[in-house]
Ligand binder design. Sequence first.
Ligand code: MG
Length: 389
Amino acid sequence: MERESARDDGPFGGGVAIVVVAAGSSTRFGTDKLAVHLGGRSVLERAVAAVRAPFPCAPVVVVVRAADVEAQRERWQPLGVRVIAGGPRRQDSVRLGCEAVAADDETVLVIHDGARPFVPEDDVRAVAAAAAKVGAALLAAPVVDTIKRVSERTVTRTVPRANLVRALTPQAFRAGVLRRAWGLAGQREWTDESALVEATGNDVAVVPGDPRNVKVTRLEDLDALRGVFPRLTRVGQGVDVHPFAPDRALWLCGIEVPSEVGLAGHSDADAPLHAVTDAILGAIGAGDIGEHFPPGDERWHNARSHVFVRHAVALAVAAGFALVHCDVTIVAEQPRISPYRLAMRERLAELLGLPVGDVSVKATTCEGLGFVGRREGLVALAIVSLERP
Ligand code: MG
C-alpha cells in the first residue's frame, strides 16, 4: 500500500523509500547530538524533514537505539514515520531499515544520516534520480584542503586532491543492487553503503552536493550550521491604560516621575512596565499579565511592577529565548517624558538584560483628543523582539 503512494514521485517508476539512521552513540559529542536544537528544531527532525522534502509520499523509517524506540515512536508516528531499533553497527542499522520498508528490487532506497540536518531538496532529488538510472549514487563535495599522508609526525606524501571528494549522505541505491551486495559481502565491515557496492563491482554515480551538508560530530559543527538555519525570531506587543488619580505616585518605566497626579491601579500602576510584560508574554505565547498576576490578589496590592517584568523575562529564558530589543511609547498630555527618558531606558535595560542602545522610550500626546486629551489617563504601548538560537 505504501508503494502505491510512492509511485507518485515522478521519474521514479519503482518508487522511493527513505531510511534515516540515528542509532549511533554520540560518543564524540558528549550529549545526544540529535536532540540539539538548530533554529528551533532538533538535528534529527531537520534531517528527516530535509531528506523527505522532495518525496513527501515515500515511506520513511527512522532507525534508532533500542532504548530510544518508544520515545521516538511517540514523536514520529503521528507524522507517518516508522521507528525501529538499529543493530550493533551502522551497516546493520541501515540493513534493518531497508528491510523494514520492504522495497522491491526497483525501489530507490534513499539512505541518510540522522546527524546531517542540512541537505538541499535538489541534492536529494538528484542523488535519487542518479540511483534510479545507474543503480547506486552518492552525494559528494570537493576536498578543498591539501591532503597529506603521514606516518607518526612526519609527512610521507602529499595526496593529489584533483580526484578526491568527501562522501556525504543521502546515498541512494536500487534495492536490488544493495541486496546483491549484501549477499556477496557476508559479514565484512564497510563505512558506508557506497563502499559496499563499490567493493562488489557496481558503478556508483557521483552527484555534486552542497558542501554545507555536514555531519554533526563535534560541538563546533553546530556553529557552522547556525549560519544555514535562521534563528527563530518572535515579536510581541503589549498595551496598557491607567487613569490618573490624586494622591498616587507616578511610576513610568520603573522611574518615579515628579507629578501632581499619579496613576490609579492595584499595583504601582506603571503602565509602560505592564505593556512590556504583556509584550514578552505575547511573544512566547504565555498568556497575559492578568493571568499571571490577578488584580484581585492581595500579594500584588501596591506591588512594584518590575516584579512582573522580571517574571516574564524568566519565562522567556526558560523557553529558550533571549530578549534582543524593546520599544516603548507613552501616549499622554502630561508629564513631559524627555527629562526622564534616559533614566527610563537605563532602568528598562537593566530589567531586560539589554544594552541601553537596544531599548527605546518614546512619548507622544493625543492632540487634546479623547480621554488622553482630557488628561484623564494615559496609554502605554510596547513591542519586544526575542530570538531563540
Ligand atoms: Mg496595568
